[in-house]
Design a protein around this ligand. Structure first.
Ligand code: SF4
Ligand code: SF4
Ligand code: SF4
Length: 306
């Protein structure tokens, strides 16, 4: 495997994985500025993929009952309560859509207050470390450029879990097998959009060819900036970032850390070739030193006998 396949811009992940005549790469653009926290995406995902229930008690911190992505939570809707500057309290709706208030009405005592809601998911990275480290081929790159894990092949080794820079993929405690969003691979194969995108009533989750989504997202950021929401920014859209860009990227209204996202993710296998090179050089020097430690005394003994 070459360095270029482990990091850097990767315009054709499906082609790199050996798919010929692959369709355009698809993904998600999640526009959190119009998310209303209804959790229809979580429910649709569970229903379509027959994912077990993972606890119905609220965390006590917010209206969140799942807390994070996990083996049984392939979509997670984060609820973040935040004091907000007035300018960021109201995001305009996209063209032709209903205006959605982001501020609590009336504002909480002591100032402006807003909810940030965001439906998180596997990023279907251009350079997916989970896939790089999987020894069984359970994780694979599909013809759509997405990353899928096959539960019937996973042996429960767990290598993929620390490899993921976003903390997405997770093992089910009952048998150790790893699970995550498949971007509804079965639905894509039948020409359907993923269940979560289909269920989202506000089109916060948009599915489609990645190039189109990136162009649409850039326009949406411009619209928000023009409307006085300067904190609107894209996350995971840039092919030059540490994972070569995400197949599932986001429009956020604050820093990524606020949403529990790493600010500067890097594919964890990026430095493997250099590490192997250094390990190889170290092993060679050790072997040389070892050989010399035997050869040198023998040479000296022979010289002494002459
Ligand atoms: S986000 Fe994590 S689990 Fe998803 S493709 Fe990237 S490395 Fe794999
Ligand atoms: S794409 Fe499918 S598997 Fe992935 S989060 Fe959406 S509904 Fe779940
Ligand atoms: S992403 Fe859509 S379906 Fe999910 S909580 Fe937000 S508005 Fe509801």
């Amino acid at each position: 495997m070459t360095d270029s396949l482990l990091s850097g811009p990767g315009p054709d992940p499906a082609g790199d994985a050996g798919h010929t005549d692959a369709p355009p790469r698809v993904g998600f653009f999640t526009d959190t500025s119009v998310c209303i926290g209804c959790k229809a995406c979580e429910v649709a995902c569970k229903e379509w993929n027959a994912i077990p229930e993972d606890g119905l008690s609220l965390t006590g911190m917010s209206y969140d009952n799942t807390g994070s992505l996990g083996a049984s939570t392939w979509r997670h809707v984060a609820f973040i309560e935040q004091s907000a500057p007035p300018a960021a309290a109201q995001a305009p709706a996209p063209e032709g859509r209903t205006e959605l208030p982001l501020a609590a009405d009336p504002p909480a005592a002591g100032g402006e207050f807003r909810w940030l809601m965001s439906s998180d998911v596997c990023k279907h990275c251009t350079h997916a470390a989970c896939l790089d480290v999987c020894p069984t081929g359970s994780l694979f790159r599909t013809e759509f450029g997405t990353v899928v894990v096959q539960e019937d092949i996973c042996n429960g080794c767990g290598y993929c879990v620390p490899a993921c820079p976003y903390g997405v993929i997770d093992q089910r405690p009952s048998d150790g097998r790893a699970f995550k969003c498949t971007l509804c691979y079965d639905r894509l194969g039948a020409g359907l959009e993923p269940a979560c995108a289909k269920a989202c009533p506000t089109e916060s989750i948009q599915f489609g060819p990645l190039d189109e989504l990136r162009a649409r997202a850039a326009l949406r950021v411009e619209q928000l900036h023009a409307a006085g929401v300067p904190d609107a920014r894209l996350y995971g859209h840039d092919p030059e970032d540490g994972v070569g860009g995400d197949g599932a990227f986001f429009l956020l209204l604050d820093e990524p850390e606020v949403y529990g996202l790493p600010p500067d993710p890097v594919v964890t296998t990026r430095d493997l070739p250099a590490m192997w090179k250094h390990a190889g050089a170290a092993a060679l020097s050790l072997a040389g030193g070892f050989a010399l430690s035997f050869a040198l005394p023998a040479l000296l003994r022979r010289k002494g006998r002459r």
